[in-house]
Design a protein around this ligand. Structure first.
Ligand code: ZN
Ligand code: ZN
Length: 363
């Protein structure tokens, strides 16, 4: 997954190409501010040789906190509809079960043993999912941010599509609908950046918007940048939720705050009630900074967005990079102290733990 950008080969035409859009290319997609550059084989070798020499990542100093999920609450809350309490539950890595606006949604579901196309190769799960896929409440929406293996897991999406009361709606960036269709998943919507899909719920419409991220895509050896990547903004009457997907630091988050300013004024309840931001997979910086933020940059995104509170995800589950699996929350605690942020303004959960989010109210 991390090596594929070094392999260059002739690329297919982009069937979605729109010359009016600056992130569209004839052969794929690009970032708004930092053109994604292919890593040289020498760079990849330098990273890997150094990691092996220094025995990186170091083992975690302590086990990743785990919490027995409150399945009874999650199931009751999913059926509560108009009485739903906004809540987020960490399943592991970037997979979050969010309950907002009468809907139960999952971000980037991965329940598998490996984030890899291979059964016996590739990053292995260090903790079981906080809720097993078969124990989930009914999932209404799946938000998939991009096609990397730790975010779009074939077994998990196929299992969710077969859930008892009918498939969830899969919301994906441009180019991923055919991949889903090849796996029998047809209840799906494809979005470009800034495009929305509205879901009608008894409590009022919930708007799901794909937003830019500073990242890239590839699943195989010759599909680099062919499908789009992004994050999601979910605007529900009781909660504005943001999910960044995978991203490096860029001006995109300031752009979002400006774009959403009129719907997030204090009189309408203010900024995002909860932002799910990646805080892991950042070392070494010389290699990773163009695609993954570190903790300091995640805190900058929290401020750029004007989020009321943020939760750190994309850590503690798969060893993808050179920092220890348990380093991100330690680094976050230091950054909170340095920036005088309270513990619950930018928090992490134990795997399986649920946090209630105060419902949005006009200020
Ligand atoms: Zn990624
Ligand atoms: Zn990732």
């Amino acid at each position: 997954m991390l090596l594929s950008p070094i392999l260059d080969s002739p690329r297919a035409m982009n069937p979605y190409f729109d010359p009016e859009k600056s992130h569209h290319r004839k052969d794929g997609f690009q970032n708004n501010y930092n053109e994604f550059a292919t890593k040289s084989l020498a760079d990849v070798m330098q990273w890997r040789i150094n990691a092996v020499r220094k025995n990186l990542p170091p083992p975690p100093a302590a086990p990743i906190p785990q919490h027995k999920a409150d399945l009874d609450f999650l199931h009751r809350n999913s059926q509560a509809k108009t009485a739903m309490q906004p809540a987020v539950t960490w399943i592991g890595h970037a997979t979050v079960l969010a309950q907002v606006g009468g809907l139960t949604l999952l971000t980037d579901p991965i329940f598998s043993e490996r984030a890899s196309p291979f059964a016996r190769l590739g990053p292995k799960r260090h903790q079981p999912p906080g809720v097993a896929v078969g124990a989930l409440p009914h999932v209404d929406l799946v938000l998939a941010s991009h096609n990397h293996y730790d975010h779009l897991d074939e077994k998990s999406v196929v299992a969710l599509n077969a859930q008892a009361a009918g498939p969830p709606l899969f919301v994906v960036p441009l180019g991923l609908k055919p991949w889903l269709a090849d796996r029998g998943i047809t209840h799906a919507i494809e979005l470009d950046w800034w495009q929305s899909h509205r879901v009608s719920v008894a409590t009022g419409d919930v708007e799901v918007m794909l937003v830019p991220a500073q990242h890239w895509s590839a699943r195989g050896l010759n599909d680099r940048m062919n499908t789009l990547w992004g994050g999601f903004a979910v605007f529900a009457p009781d909660c504005h939720l943001f999910y960044a997907g995978d991203t490096g630091y860029s001006r995109d988050f300031t752009d979002m705050r400006e774009r959403f300013a009129s719907r997030q004024i204090a009189a309408l309840g203010g900024g995002f009630d909860i932002a799910l931001l990646p805080i892991g997979a950042y070392e070494p910086r010389w290699f990773m900074s163009s695609q993954h933020v570190n903790v300091q940059e995640a805190v900058k995104i929290h401020h750029d967005l004007g989020a009321k509170r943020s939760m750190g995800v994309h850590w503690g589950t798969f060893e993808l990079t050179d920092e220890a699996l348990d380093e991100p929350p330690r680094s976050l605690a230091a950054e909170r102290q340095a920036k005088a942020l309270s513990d619950d303004t930018f928090f992490v959960l134990a795997i399986g733990e649920t946090r209630l989010i105060q419902p949005r109210a006009p200020g």
